[in-house]
Design a protein around this ligand. Structure first.
Ligand code: BG6
Ligand code: MG
Length: 218
């Protein structure tokens, strides 16, 4: 039987948490007298907490001490955690369970490939942990997307060659990482943002079981 490695990003692909990252960064930036647009926010998606703060400070032309940097990262995370504290299964994005169930029925290896250090907490909170054969998150990598490290580790854990892996991603950096890893990138979101993906869908309602089947057998 054919085996492909299916790798899912978390924020903005499995759960609707990209909006909470945006709100928390925006609040922190505004407190520093820095503003950024939703368009600029696309550059923060998929990248690590450290990289995100570096970018925001860069936009505002601000330099701060290491101590302040660490304190601001903690502040952003506390704010983010307050948004997800009440999180439940209603935050799972549409049709994600159908796809995960289909992959399970077809006996396909599935991994998480997320930049977030909160990934395990979130998967537990929304009760999806059992669908994953491997979990690679922000605690397991040293290089942020678009570096392919997170996806290459996932492929290794699944025992599937990178060229036989498929990555679902909502971020510019994540699609780039998948492409660099020599995997098939499937963008979830807007064509104008994710034009570099091999396939692009608005959301999982546009992805049929037949399409997943074709990915497995091709
Ligand atoms: C990614 C998000 O999944 O995780 C980014 O798209 C976020 O917005 C990154 O900065 C790191 O997440 P966390 O939860 O460790 O701060
Ligand atoms: Mg994402």
């Amino acid at each position: 039987m054919n085996k492909k490695g299916f790798i899912f990003d978390l924020d903005g692909v499995i759960v609707d948490t990209a909006k909470y990252h945006f709100l928390a960064w925006k609040k922190l930036a505004n407190d520093l007298g820095i503003d950024f647009t939703e368009e600029e926010n696309e550059q923060l998606k998929g990248v690590s907490r450290v990289k995100s703060l570096e970018k925001i400070l860069d936009w505002g032309n601000k330099s701060i001490s290491d101590e302040k940097f660490t304190a601001l990262m903690a502040k952003k995370n506390d704010d983010y955690l307050s948004h997800i504290a009440e999180m439940d299964e209603s935050e799972i994005l549409i049709d994600v369970p159908r796809i995960l169930n289909f992959l399970r029925e077809r006996n396909q290896p599935v991994s998480l490939g997320s930049a977030s250090k909160n990934a395990r907490t979130i998967l537990e909170r929304v009760n999806l942990m059992d669908y994953f054969n491997a979990i690679v998150d922000g605690n397991d990598v040293s290089k942020a997307k678009p570096d392919p490290e997170v996806f290459l580790i996932a492929a290794e854990l699944l025992g599937v060659k990178p060229e036989n892996c498929l990555v679902f991603e909502d971020s510019v950096a994540g699609v780039e990482a998948a492409n660099i890893a020599n995997m098939i990138s499937i963008g979830i979101g807007d064509k104008s943002v994710l034009g570099h993906a091999n396939y692009i869908f608005k959301d999982f309602t546009e992805i049929s079981n037949e399409f997943i089947n074709s990915l497995i057998t091709n």
